[in-house]
Design a protein around this ligand. Structure first.
Ligand code: KG4
Ligand code: ZN
Length: 347
């Protein structure tokens, strides 16, 4: 089966066509992503209304390119999958409504995809990872450990109680005037700095929980920066190195605890933009090595928001006979472990 996937829940307008064979193997026929990065740059963060308008402007063209690159006409796909939440509601509406219009006009089934499920199932698209496995999702909006038991079957083991990890990177970057998105800038600076000069707190680390907390760490970074302002280039690099060392240690310890809870034969898969960070990746590898677990970090283009993961999640659901009706409403909030994640069987 060939599925068109549409993603518009944040600041990427994306569409892709993915093929799934009878054995469950995936083949990405096209994967087009248009980042709105420049449209939001002047505001220091994503402006929801601008994002929604930009999706309206660009989505049709992105879908046409996805079809052209796959060498298919749209009526040759077997189903349309569109992100239906969680996310910025204006953008989700644009993508889901477009998906519904295509499904209705082409006479194809619609799958309303949970964006978090799309991230969660990506390791099956890239590496065919069998259920069950543990996922760490670390993006600009989410930081959570999730036990992935099957399609539609999730158990959340821990989440951030304040900022997401990517958000913490972004806030530190903003504080130090490093530009956005902040993660890559902070990582670059951290490589030049001394991780031992500043010893930042590791919030919650001693607690017996799989939750995260990053807002106290962010405040500690701000106070340290204010204390020594004006900052030299070396100060900036040292602060970034200290911050990154703190978050890497937090992630390593938490991942170790989560893997211990999972037990033998664990696979830990990582999703979300922060998976690009080499220090975080190394920390997760350490935790996996200690636990004797397998670590899977999909290629970056599939860790950050993209249409292929949405198409794949749609394919996994369709293969199980789960499709959605035209009445499916866009959702700003939609936790993976909610009752609404189960499989549906036609409408
Ligand atoms: O998954 P993503 O592309 O978008 C969503 O939030 O859904 O993640 C973006 C986040 C941003 O906060 C960005 O700063 C962070 O991922 N990020 C990084 C790196 N690359 C992206 N954080 C740390 N190190 C990086 N190299
Ligand atoms: Zn995402």
């Amino acid at each position: 089966m060939k599925i068109l996937g549409i993603e518009t829940s944040c600041d990427e307008t994306a569409a892709a066509i993915v093929e799934r064979d009878a054995a469950g193997r995936a083949n990405i026929l096209s994967n087009i992503v248009r980042s709105q990065f420049e449209e939001h740059a002047a505001y220091g963060g994503v402006v929801p209304e601008l994002a929604a308008r930009s999706h309206v402007t660009h989505l049709d063209g992105i879908i046409a390119r996805a079809a052209a690159e796959a060498g298919l006409r749209l009526d040759e796909v077997d189903a349309i999958a569109a992100t239906a939440g969680p996310g910025l509601i204006g953008g989700v509406l644009v993508g889901l409504t477009t998906g519904k219009a295509l499904a209705a006009s082409l006479g194809k089934p619609l799958i309303a995809v949970n964006h978090l499920e799309a991230h969660a199932l990506t390791a099956r698209l890239t590496d065919g990872v069998p259920f069950p496995y543990l996922m760490l999702l670390v993006s600009g909006g989410h930081s959570q450990f999730v036990l992935v038991r099957g399609v539609g079957d999730y158990e959340r083991w821990g989440s951030t109680i304040d900022d997401a990890l990517g958000e913490a990177f972004d806030k530190v970057a903003k504080l130090l005037d490093l530009g956005s998105p902040g993660g890559p800038h902070v990582e670059k600076q951290a490589l030049l700095g001394d991780p031992k000069r500043f010893r930042f707190p590791r919030p919650l680390l001693k607690e017996k929980t799989l939750d995260f907390s990053f807002s106290g760490l962010k405040t500690a970074v701000r106070l340290a920066a204010e204390e020594i302002a004006p900052l030299s280039d070396k100060d900036v690099a040292d602060i970034c190195a200290g911050f990154q060392a703190a978050v890497a240690e937090i992630v390593r310890v938490r991942a170790g605890q989560a893997l211990e809870r999972f037990g033998d034969g664990a696979t830990l898969v990582v999703a979300g933009g922060v998976a690009a960070n080499k220090a975080i990746g190394a920390a997760l590898q350490q935790a996996a090595d200690v636990a004797g677990a397998r670590l899977v970090i999909p290629p970056m283009a599939l860790c950050t928001d993209n249409g292929a993961m949405v198409a794949w999640a749609g394919a996994e659901r369709l293969a199980l006979g789960s499709v959605d009706g035209m009445a499916f409403a866009a959702r700003p909030r939609w936790p993976l472990d909610s009752a609404d994640m189960g499989l549906t069987h036609g409408h």
